[in-house]
Design a binder for this molecule. Structure first.
Ligand code: NAD
Length: 334
């Protein structure tokens, strides 16, 4: 079913840790990270409260005794036996639909949850990697966005619960590094897409794919001239692991600098899925960023990382995955 995974090569050389904790490991990005770690011969303890993720995303790993799932809310202290060499902290609602419906929980996860994950790394003397986001740049006044840019975030706008939670998490990570000497890193992930996204999570790619496959109008917000830079998930997780295996503190941008307008994306999804569905223009959400494009010079120079998947191929694989899911659901309901 997940053919993209089987085609993915493990990272070159064995990563310098034997066992990793992945918070949010049942989510979209986290589950691909669990796969890449296991394929690279690293044991994985996945910690997730299944708030926005699902155990289905890791079910294919359950028979592997190097994989363990702990259902736990990271806003509660994390206590686990044994050695841990790496803590990858991804737990957080991440799609606008999720964090707008869970504003307080999003802030709690970004603050308390991050402190608890940092405490775990401190106790285990593990490398710690925070999954931050391009949203820390808000509606950017600099383009493309470099790591040195401080951002343009509305602290009382609806999206602030996510943006400010991540900005706080970055500050907490930095403080644990300076005050407690924890070996930390921050990655700022730009829009990522691929199999295991949820069809109804409100993000542009799954929304367009769901609509195209159902023959419904593809709803483009505003006039569709706002841009996104979309990175295929295999590239994103490879970048996260490259940063984890090094000693650089970041922040490091991880994303695809190929910029596309939302309208172009809608047309491309329509074409690749062979759909004749029309495009429909709807209102644009409040504080929706106008432009997004990562400057990935740092990731390239420090880690030799850049996206390698052709966006069209990534989109086709994702469309195929969604089509399979829809068929399986339909078959179950018959
Ligand atoms: P997701 O919603 O699919 O995954 C998040 C996971 O975290 C889910 O499995 C959820 O159940 C879990 N979780 C949430 N709160 C938790 C808590 N309190 N305790 C334990 N588990 C909890 O989202 P995603 O797209 O996979 O994003 C993963 C991470 O990457 C997030 O931190 C997100 O901010 C970051 N990120 C993602 C993108 C992207 O394009 N997908 C872009 C930038 C940053």
């Amino acid at each position: 079913m997940d053919t993209s995974l089987r085609e993915r090569a493990p990272v070159k050389g064995r990563p310098p840790f034997r066992r990793a904790v992945v918070t949010g490991g049942c989510g979209f990005v986290g589950s691909h990270l669990c796969d890449l770690l296991l394929d690279s011969d690293v044991e994985v303890l996945c910690i997730d409260n299944l708030l926005t993720g699902t155990a289905d995303n890791v079910v294919h790993r359950r028979p592997d005794d190097r994989f363990e799932l702990m259902v736990h809310d990271v806003t509660d202290p994390i206590s686990i036996p044994g050695e841990v060499g790496l803590v990858l902290h991804l737990a957080s609602p991440a799609s606008p639909q999720d964090y707008l419906r869970l504003p307080v929980q999003t802030l709690q996860t970004g603050s308390r949850g991050t402190f608890n994950a940092l405490e775990l790394a401190r106790e285990k003397r593990a490398r710690f990697v925070l999954a931050s986001t391009s949203e820390v740049y808000g509606d950017p006044l600099q383009h493309p966005q470099r790591e040195s840019y401080w951002g343009n975030v509305n602290p009382v706008g609806p999206r602030s619960v996510y943006d400010e939670a991540k900005r706080f998490a970055e500050a907490a990570t930095t403080a644990y590094r300076s005050e407690h000497g924890v070996d930390t890193a921050i990655v700022r992930i730009f829009n990522t897409f691929g199999p295991r996204m949820r069809a109804a999570d409100g993000r542009a790619v799954p929304t367009f794919i769901r609509q195209a496959l159902a023959g419904e109008p593809l709803t483009v917000t505003g006039d569709g001239s706002q841009t996104r830079s979309l990175c295929y998930v295999d590239d994103t997780v490879r970048g996260i692991l490259a940063v984890a295996a090094a000693s650089h503190p970041g922040p490091v941008n991880l994303g695809n600098p190929a910029e596309t307008t939302v309208l172009e994306l809608a047309h491309l999804v329509r074409k690749l899925s062979g759909s004749a569905a029309p495009i429909e223009f709807v209102d644009r959400p409040v504080d929706d960023p106008g432009r997004r494009r990562p400057d990935i010079t740092l990731a390239w120079e420090q880690f030799g990382w850049k996206p390698e998947t052709d966006p069209r191929k990534g989109l086709s694989t994702t469309i195929q995955w969604f089509a399979t899911q829809l068929n399986e659901t339909a078959a179950r309901e018959r």
